[in-house]
Design a protein around this ligand. Structure first.
Ligand code: HEC
Length: 397
């Protein structure tokens, strides 16, 4: 596909994905907060079947919210459902996955340093993980395991470990992280589609028929919403992780990803408790400390690397390396087949430009080996060391 057209399609679907994602997660945060913040209503409301009462002010108006034990005596004419936010987030996300990672499999998904897959192998494996992960999750939730939330949780965590390891040993760091995120997102949207919506339909149908709703539905929906609740923050992190090579391009990127999933899910726990009036600020403190520890553990080698060369590295040498390894993408008119506009606006043609970007070149090409992109231009370790030496010696100053 024409690269310019592809860029526009990606822009449009990324934009839509962010909008729908904000709407989904915003509504979901709001209802979790609402449910946990309800107070006992006064007697006269209880007599009408209201079990939770809440008052709020927003946008210049005061709102009164009532949650019914079951339903009002007469079902209202308009009952608002929240499902399209979830479905459209998933659909736009899948489109984006196709546009970036499947059409651009060679550029984004396959890293020959990790596994030398063909395009079709890589795409099939990617789809296999998304569909397989969701099916396995559904199967597990249908077993007696689901009766014990903690046990099921433990099995799911073990599966997440295996999956993360597998993905990072098949795909580029970016590709692996985004597939983990898409898999979790698929499970979450699937929960809305397969369980939460049907359980609400069953509830409404039972009330309309004047029957008692089947409590089994309620229990299932509760389990799935709990999963969705704890998965929200991890999935949001994963969706922005592609900006941070220190995470996805780390040699042990699978452990980094697991650590971040654990920390962000734990941070969610603080908010869940807080809405219920239980203050446990140490949870947020612990999550912050854990993040700092993680940052420290994965910090790139700071000690000056063994000098790559006895002599000072010369500017001409640096310019040759950059010209050979970077300029095919990072120039005013790139010759690369995929990146036809200088990525991130970074042009590395003149010495002034190279000096301007020196700290980022150090971060992306020396401290991590994330640039050249998937080492497309075959940069050697010796060249990285030379660049590192030159920048650490003051970048030609
Ligand atoms: C095959 C194309 C390609 C090649 C070759 C390439 N890059 Fe990049 N570069 C990208 C893309 C795509 C982005 C934007 C996405 C991103 O930031 O990860 C980028 C972004 C960057 C950024 C800006 C982001 C930041 O961290 O500030 C820097 C700096 C960079 N590259 C340096 C380099 C250096 C140095 C080389 C050569 C050693 C190089 N790149 C070679 C494709 C390439």
């Amino acid at each position: 596909m024409d690269a310019y057209l592809l860029d526009w399609l990606q822009l449009i679907f990324r934009w839509l994905h962010v909008i729908t994602g904000v709407a989904w997660i915003g509504a979901s945060f709001y209802f979790v907060w609402l449910d946990n913040s309800l107070e006992e209503p006064p007697r006269w409301k209880q007599d009408q079947g209201i079990k939770g009462d809440l008052w709020a002010i927003h946008g210049g108006g005061i709102y009164e919210v009532a949650k019914y034990q079951l339903a009002p005596e007469k079902m209202p004419e308009t009952l608002h459902w929240f499902k399209w936010e979830a479905y459209s987030t998933w659909l736009t996300g899948m489109m984006l996955m196709i546009l970036v990672f499947y059409i651009g499999a060679d550029a984004y998904l396959i890293d020959p340093r990790v596994a030398d897959l063909s395009r079709y192998q890589a795409i099939a494996i990617g789809i296999g993980f998304l569909a397989g992960g969701w099916l396995l999750y559904e199967l597990l939730c249908a077993t007696p395991l689901a009766r014990n939330g903690y046990l099921l949780g433990a099995v799911l965590i073990a599966l997440a470990v295996v999956t993360t390891y597998g993905l990072t040993h098949l795909f580029s760091g970016r590709g692996a992280f985004i597939h983990m995120g898409a898999m979790i997102g698929t499970i979450m949207a699937g929960n809305v589609f397969r369980v939460i919506m049907p359980s609400q339909r069953a509830l409404v149908a039972a009330i309309e028929a004047g029957e008692a709703p089947d409590p089994a539905w309620g229990a299932k929906a509760k389990l799935r919403s709990t999963h969705n609740n704890y998965l929200t923050l991890p999935v949001l992190f994963i969706m922005i992780s592609n900006h941070y090579p220190m995470t996805y391009a780390h040699p042990h990127n699978w452990l980094v990803l697991l650590a971040i999933i654990a920390i962000t899910a734990f941070a969610r726990h603080y908010f869940n408790l807080r809405h219920k009036g239980i203050q446990q600020p140490w949870i947020l403190g612990a999550a912050l400390v854990a993040t700092a520890v993680l940052a420290w553990v994965i910090m790139p080698e700071r000690a000056p690397a063994p000098a790559a060369s006895e002599q000072q590295v010369g500017a001409a040498q640096v310019q040759t390396i950059i010209h050979e390894r970077c300029a095919s993408c990072h120039s005013a008119s790139p010759s690369d087949d995929v990146f036809t506009v200088a990525p991130a606006g970074v042009m590395l043609e003149s010495m002034a430009q190279i000096e301007q970007w020196a700290p980022r070149i150090l971060a992306r090409s020396v401290e991590s080996t994330d640039m050249p992109f998937l080492n497309k231009t075959g940069m050697t370790q010796q060249e990285r060391n030379l660049l590192g030496q030159w920048i650490r010696e003051g970048a030609g100053e």
